[in-house]
Write a protein that binds this ligand. Sequence first.
Ligand SMILES: Cc1cc2nc3c(=O)[nH]c(=O)nc-3n(C[C@H](O)[C@H](O)[C@H](O)COP(=O)(O)OP(=O)(O)OC[C@H]3O[C@@H](n4cnc5c(N)ncnc54)[C@H](O)[C@@H]3O)c2cc1C
Length: 269
Amino acid sequence: MKAPHFEYEKPATLADALRLLSAGGDNAKVLAGGQSLGPLLNLRMARPDLLVDIRTLPELRACEDDADSVTLGAAVTHAAIEDGQVPDPTHGLLARVAQGIAYRAVRNRGTLGGSLAHADPAADWVTTMVLLDAELRVAGADGERVLRVEDLVEGPLSTCLAPDEIIVSVRLPRLSADARWSYYKFNRKPGEFAEAIAAVVHDPARGVVRAVLGAMEGAPHVIPDPHALLGGDIDALAADIVTRSGFAPDTYEHRVHAVTLRRAVAGLA
Ligand SMILES: Cc1cc2nc3c(=O)[nH]c(=O)nc-3n(C[C@H](O)[C@H](O)[C@H](O)COP(=O)(O)OP(=O)(O)OC[C@H]3O[C@@H](n4cnc5c(N)ncnc54)[C@H](O)[C@@H]3O)c2cc1C
């Protein structure tokens, strides 16, 4: 199938993009890398009258690096992260995650902001940015707001973004030099979406331990007491955590998520 007819605009500034979106109302949509929206258009599951191409907006490509954090423009591609073309405050986690997303052609065009806004439960950046407790800068017709990624996803392919809002950038706290992280993605073949994701970060200098299960039915599950993962009976603990996250024991999904969590914790060591 081919995409239905739509108008296409490529504004030069963020302000112009916001004006176009606001004027277009519910029938206007942002286009970034097109790697998720393109298939939806072709399948006619999305039928916008207007696409506003934000991929080359300078405001969405800018990156900042300071003592406490790194801010990545929302239009930074997975490939740019994979190739180390942008600063990485995690000492390698970002590149590791990027290289596991799809295949290179998708990574060349797919963007960080597009992945977060699309909110596929199995998306790698959604889980990673929740793990790192990243914040989004979001711009809309009424101004800007800052939002934790943890509060972004409301369900599968559903976020709290208004139709006329654009994710401008993602701010990630800088991990200390002795911080450790582990990211385990369970999928059948390299490049496929995850069946389960588990990720852990331990940054003793900042007093941070966070652990997240991804590829859930909706938003990632932030594990309430992650310190327990640093010692103790990991087999029993992982099974209990996965049960509490909503999976029924003795099911395939439960086993896959529990194994994924155990492997992520083992990777931390
Ligand atoms: C074959 C294939 C395999 C894939 N495998 C994986 C995988 O293993 N892991 C993974 O994580 N992803 C995977 N993806 C998805 C890929 O990462 C996409 O690039 C990503 O989900 C969407 O990013 P995009 O820039 O292409 O966004 P688009 O497709 O352009 O847009 C997606 C949605 O986000 C909105 N949007 C885009 N940017 C913004 C913004 N800045 N602010 C507000 N709204 C915005 C759009 O309006 C649209 O609704 C795969 C895709 C394909 C085609």
